[in-house]
Design a protein around this ligand. Sequence first.
Ligand SMILES: [Zn+2]
Length: 56
Amino acid sequence: MAQSKNSRTSSATQKFFCSSCGGEVKMKTLFEKGKVKNVAECEKCKRLERRPSDFK
Ligand SMILES: [Zn+2]
């Protein structure tokens, strides 16, 4: 029988990690030309991507 344990927390917040340095990717809000823009930034190397999934 397979384990029926469901200990994993399925929260909406998913963590992403930078593929180049292993740092944690955090969402950041920028204001550009009067528009709010959400970008993903690596805490460690300050790499910026449009989406956290782009760090793969
Ligand atoms: Zn990084």
